[in-house]
Design a protein around this ligand. Structure first.
Ligand code: BGC
Length: 737
């Protein structure tokens, strides 16, 4: 009888008919903290510990006795990954798990448009929700330190401010669906080589000024409900149970109230995981990718061994109460959230969002006329050529596959060749030109030289007949390219593409090069290729977005979220010995310190091939003189900087106006300048707008290692207004009092 009453009560409450006897934890009219406390009080120690580790590859347990549901997780971050088997990494072969593939996060960052990030978060959140996921493993905000990092395509570039601004709306909109973001990989997972054990050592300044700000913004501004601990070590201790980054910085200083989830297989020690801020252990006893052994989830570090230590008094009970509270809070916010919407999958709107982000993220690197009197090659007018030759493996390759955990089962994919054929019809011919093996985690097979030669020769022969050649090349998602688990082995283009480019140029100088990659590449032929487009990995609508930009229905407005160095050794991380990159196999020291990306090139006066913030348009923008509202700023004051920007061409376009600040008098080394604000403005032909930025003392601060605080020293500062980090259109000085 009693049992029956409880069943009726539970049923009633799940239907929203809550009676006075409804347990507090089930009553969503109650404050979440009261519900957490109530649930915690009802739970046994065993039930609390069961929350703290996986029960399958992508789920962790709830509390079945109390009707508290499990947590279901999924990769992330560019779409919702296909279903994986319960206990191994094989795909489960469901037929209802195809999704919309969104552009890679490097492309999102290249839009320099937070509105795009909001649309991205909303759309991917709706898909995650429809797929019944509670936690989406993304976004990734590790800093682009070296162009060799195999996972740069999953991150938002080299600048902490840009990645902070761009990750926040993604997280906020995603979580409106009752799906938690799991921001990764916290922290310092800036290379894939030796990622599971390399011990990263760096100064406090580099840590606080460069590598942490995006995570902090994700937590404090984005309100992220979970965060993923990285594989690597930080100052001698694994990131998944790191006293400094988890206990001190994340939970104490930033007041993070969500869950820390390990990267898959990132936990290594029960005691440390218990006391150093780890909440949910996932993926242990696997290499995270390909191999699998028989094991029971009860043997996880945060399972039976943890329970035993708790019972023996070897770790405080407060640790389990803290973890269980955080996990319950996450469950209430997601799996047990009755207010959440139902989501949707592969809608017209999601495809439109993927296309729009691609349209805005594609970067026009170069577009020079062949002769003084000639026109630039782009945009390509349909009537200009009788025949257009498309060359390249990447013109037909499905680049949502491969690359590691971000790989996707896209329902629809428009390849670049599809997109260009739809635009230019039967003018388009295709030659592969070069080949790469199928995407896979292990070493991809090598294409025999004879095959490579004949593919190149065929393309060159066909290029002789064509009015225009569009080569769609770059990297791909094979191992040792843009792929998890390994770094690139060299900076150049793979698969003989340099030779192919040279050979095509010999017979036809009308060459448009489209690079699909998440990384910079070396370009020995750069002076001779008249038009170069950085096309990232664009997901389902990639070919469509490329056709939009190449054909000129969309005016390109993307700007690089990271610099392209001329040669690898120009890059700060590579300017020192192997201990700086990739480390000696055990330890690593970030010797370039705070001078990451453009901070290095600027300060050391090393010209980049294409600088941070660079991106051309089919129109031209004229900048007026920037004006500061005052010559001095009080320590608690602010000032505004205004700058008029005019579209001087005859095509509507968008420009990203960038504001950098340099500290001219300082007791410590500071970069020549740092990005502090930006604004993307849409301008009709002939239109002028005044862009206004508000600068505050926070924009002037550095991390003072002795004081362990952010400090702005009085003195002179210089504001640089630019169309890129090197294309500076005006400056203005002021003094901080
Ligand atoms: C990756 C994570 C990913 C996880 C689950 C790990 O190997 O580093 O980014 O979310 O696997 O697939």
């Amino acid at each position: 009888m009693k049992k029956l009453f409880l069943v009726t009560l539970l049923l009633g409450s799940s239907m929203g008919i809550l009676s006075a006897q409804t347990p507090v934890y089930l009553d969503d009219a109650q404050p979440i903290e009261k519900r957490v406390e109530d649930a915690l009080n009802r739970m046994t120690l065993e039930e609390k510990v069961a929350l703290c580790h996986a029960q399958s590859k992508f789920s962790s347990a709830g509390v079945p006795r109390l009707g508290i549901p499990e947590l279901w997780m999924s990769d992330g971050p560019h779409g919702v990954r296909a279903e994986i088997n319960w206990n191994d990494w094989g795909y489960a072969n469901w037929t209802n798990d195809s999704i919309t593939a969104f552009p890679a996060l490097t492309c999102l960052a290249a839009t320099w448009n937070p509105e795009m990030a909001a649309k991205y978060g909303k759309a991917i959140g709706e898909e995650a929700r429809y797929r019944k996921k509670d936690v989406l493993l993304g976004p990734g905000v590790n800093i682009y330190r070296t162009p060799l990092n195999g996972r740069n395509f999953e991150y938002m570039g080299e600048d902490p401010y840009l990645s902070s601004v761009m990750c926040v709306p993604y997280i906020q909109e995603l979580q409106k669906n009752g799906v938690a973001a799991c921001v990764k990989h916290y922290a310092l997972n800036n290379q894939e080589q030796w990622r599971d054990h390399i011990d990263v050592n760096l100064s406090d300044r580099a840590l606080y000024e460069i590598y942490l700000p995006a995570f902090k913004a994700a937590v404090q501004q984005g309100g992220a409900w979970s965060i993923m601990g990285a594989y690597n070590k930080i100052r001698g201790q694994h990131a998944c149970h790191n006293e400094l980054t988890l206990n001190k910085i994340l939970k104490e200083d930033w007041k993070f109230d969500g869950c820390v989830i390990t990267d898959w297989g990132g936990a290594h020690d029960t005691y440390e995981a218990a006391v150093n801020g780890m909440d949910i252990e996932m993926g242990s006893y696997t290499n995270g990718l390909t191999s699998e052994s028989q094991f029971t989830y009860d043997d996880y570090y945060l399972a039976r061994p943890y329970l035993q230590m708790l019972k023996e008094g070897k770790v405080p009970m407060s640790t389990i109460d803290d973890k269980a509270s955080r996990i319950l809070r996450l469950i209430f916010r997601t799996a047990m959230n009755r207010q959440k919407p139902y989501g949707s999958l592969c809608t017209v709107e999601h495809y439109a969002t993927a296309r729009e982000i691609g349209d805005e993220g594609i970067v026009l690197l170069k577009n020079r006329p062949l002769s003084r009197k000639g026109e630039p090659l782009l945009p390509i007018a349909a009537d200009r050529y009788r025949q257009i030759l498309v060359v390249g493996d990447n013109a037909v390759r499905v680049l949502t596959q491969g690359g590691g955990s971000s790989e996707l089962k896209a329902k629809e994919t428009v390849t670049p060749l599809d997109g260009l054929r739809a635009l230019y019809g039967n003018k388009v011919r295709y030659a592969r030109g070069y080949a790469a093996d199928a995407p896979m985690y292990g070493q991809a097979g090598k294409i025999p030289q004879q095959v490579a030669d004949s593919l190149r020769d065929e393309a060159v022969e066909m290029a002789k007949q064509a009015g225009l050649v569009i080569l769609v090349g770059g990297l791909n998602k094979n191992y040792l390219q843009d792929c998890e688990g390994g770094d690139r082995v060299d900076y150049g283009l793979p698969y003989g593409q340099d030779e192919l480019i040279e050979a095509l140029l010999e017979v036809n100088p009308n060459l448009v090069l489209v690079l699909l990659s998440g990384n910079a590449v070396e370009m020995p032929w750069v002076e001779r290729v008249p038009a170069i487009v950085q096309g990232w990995y664009l997901g389902s609508m990639g070919g469509q977005s490329l056709a939009d930009v190449l054909g000129g229905t969309v005016n390109p407005s993307g700007k690089l979220p990271f610099s392209f160095p001329v040669r690898l050794t120009d890059c700060g991380a590579h300017a020192f010995d192997a201990l700086s990159y990739p480390g000696d196999g055990v330890r690593q020291e970030y010797k370039e310190d705070i001078l990451v990306g453009y901070r290095w090139y600027d300060t050391r006066k090393i010209p980049a091939l294409f600088p941070f913030g660079h991106g051309l348009s089919y129109t031209t923008f004229a900048y007026g003189k920037p004006v500061a509202s005052a010559r001095t700023m009080a320590a608690d004051g602010s000032l505004t900087i205004t700058v008029p920007v005019k579209n001087e061409g005859n095509m509507a376009g968008k420009e990203v106006v960038q504001l950098y600040i340099g500290d001219e008098e300082c007791s410590v080394l500071r970069p020549l300048k740092e990005l502090k604000h930006f604004a993307k403005v849409a301008l009709a032909p002939g239109e002028e707008q005044t862009v206004t930025f508000t600068v505050t003392p926070d924009d002037l601060k550095f991390y003072d290692e002795a004081a362990k605080a952010w400090v702005a020293e009085p003195g002179k500062f210089k504001v640089y207004i630019g169309a890129s980090s090197t294309d500076i259109r005006g400056t203005v000085r002021f003094e901080l009092k």
